[in-house]
Design a protein around this ligand. Sequence first.
Ligand SMILES: [Zn+2]
Length: 439
Amino acid sequence: MLGCASLRLLAAWDNGGVSASDPDLHHVLLVGGTEAEWACTGDGEWEARLAALGAAAERAGARWLTLRPFGSRQPAGAAQSAPRRHAVGRCTVTADPTADGRVRFVNAVEALRTAGRPIDEQSIDAVLNDPAEVDPDLAVVLGTPDRLPPSLVWELAYSELVFLPITWREVTADHLGDAIASYAHRHRRSAGSTDGGGMASHLYRDTAVVLRTYKLGEADRIVVLLTEEHGKVRAVAKGVRKTTSKFGARLEPMSHVRLLLAQGRELDIVSQAEAVDTLAPLVVDLDHMTAGMAVLEAVDQMALDREPVPQLYRMLVGVLRTIAERSGPLVVPAFYWKLLALDGVRPEIDACVRCGEAGPLVAFDVDQGGTMCRACRSGIGVSEEALEVMRLILDGGLNEALALPASQVTHEVAALATRALEHHLERRLRTVAMFERTL
Ligand SMILES: [Zn+2]
């Protein structure tokens, strides 16, 4: 206990011992605890916590304090309870138990649709932040910086993060006060610096695969990234083309990197980059390189700016590792099929897509999105063997499919995958021609 108390005192001294009130701080987010910990917190305890934490936020000048669990991507076992509200002076405290940020996002869109209101970034923002009128300026996350909370969707892109390595049970108003003070301290420092343009940068961390790069001026480069938690992000890497660049070769296409990014108006800025793991074998082998480029281009076309799809990121890292380790004729085609399924256009391959007949299935029509029986036949002919391979790919037999040697059947599956993906993207992929030649 004594240890904790002296630590607290030191922290306060660190910040000059002054009140941390900050005119630019409006909305504070506190994220921590598991769903179970939230559920077993009693009503009386909630009252006390919201009052104490709200008082700390109010002292710092915040008008809104929002609490969320750290969250998970697992479906919640029990029904979500409603948010709790508590007013402390001018500060409104809200505890929202929704653990999956995507659920909150979907609910927000659904609420707008039901109300007949326009669905755009501004209106979604308003619903997600409600009752707060602005995005969070500061997100205090209980945990270590290597994991970002799944309960947040796009809050992280706009708010500054402060991590506190303590648990939900331990957190007190003093901890929150310290986190706010450290934010205010940083904020004042960066506001006074000359290179910040007078604005504090909103920093965020993420892990990403570099999809492509463009030259920018003499020494800089724009990198297009597929990040795990922020979707597709375009960022400037300054000085990257100088031989003395601190980023070295870490920001080339296919690099898998951990990044610290500063949010900018149009483009973000890469502030730090470290390699997660190397996919080096790709670079020494033209076939592997071509397959890697085909995968990157497909993902670049499919991913939307700042729309997080963590599963797409995981699939991309997985397929690049597979290409590096043991490429085969079906690695890229299998990735295309899985990409289509992820994007909600999984092909029908077990029945005739027009009449529902179970078989025999003799053709595949990309316009119809699946297989055709003899009577309905349209599109291009497909063999029963090729359909068997597609079922392996889409229904849990991926490794078995990837082990198949090149044959007429793998060629058929590959050609169909390309055609289906192109149809979906409504655009011929530039690297596909290159890839087809290597089959
Ligand atoms: Zn039919």
